[in-house]
Ligand binder design. Structure first.
Ligand SMILES: Cc1cc2nc3c(=O)[nH]c(=O)nc-3n(C[C@H](O)[C@H](O)[C@H](O)COP(=O)(O)O)c2cc1C
Length: 152
């Protein structure tokens, strides 16, 4: 079987420090910087995926070789630009859902049914976590598919 895993997690956004003015331009430039680093590193390690940014929460799907996913997630989970990083799903994947996207950015408006990411997240490994993770993969994959069809 091909070495392809996917991982989904949710977290709480911390793009601004408590003492910083809540400026949208600052948030946007910090988000942009995350995406640039993600694209550069993911391309090098054959990782693809999507990042959902709702303003309060991130939800991210990474897919690729198992070792590369683990390497990326180890760094991501220690990143201070978000907190309460809660892994939801980590399992072998049949095929890539985000082929060609080193890291696609999505916002809730792109999604037909945005996942409900409450402040109390399901415990990792629970049935609820798996269901939320699979829901996030499916709705982000559908949004990317729609985007690709629009582009042709
Ligand atoms: C929400 C979020 C998503 C991220 N996604 C990725 C990613 O997909 N790939 C990646 O390499 N780094 C990602 N990062 C950045 C990593 O946490 C880390 O800063 C980076 O991998 C370090 O790379 P560098 O050593 O090239 O600076 C993300 C960070 C955050 C806060």
């Amino acid at each position: 079987m091909a070495d392809l895993y996917h991982l989904a997690y949710v977290s709480d956004v911390m793009l601004l420090q408590p003492d910083e003015e809540p400026k949208q331009t600052l948030v946007n430039s910090r988000l942009q910087s995350i995406l640039e680093t993600a694209a550069k590193n993911n391309q090098k390690s054959d990782v693809t995926g999507a990042l959902l940014f709702s303003g309060r929460h991130f939800a991210q799907v990474l897919e690729g070789p198992e070792a590369a996913i683990n390497d990326r997630f180890r760094l991501i989970s220690q990143d201070t630009r978000h907190h309460n990083v809660t892994p939801l799903l980590y399992e072998p994947a049949g095929e890539r859902q985000f082929k060609g996207w080193s890291m696609a950015l999505c916002v809730p408006d792109d999604l037909d049914s945005p996942p409900v990411i409450a402040n109390s997240k399901p415990s990792p490994g629970s049935v609820e976590a798996g269901n939320l993770g699979r829901g996030i993969v499916a709705s982000l994959a559908a949004a990317i598919d729609k985007r690709a069809r629009k582009a042709v």
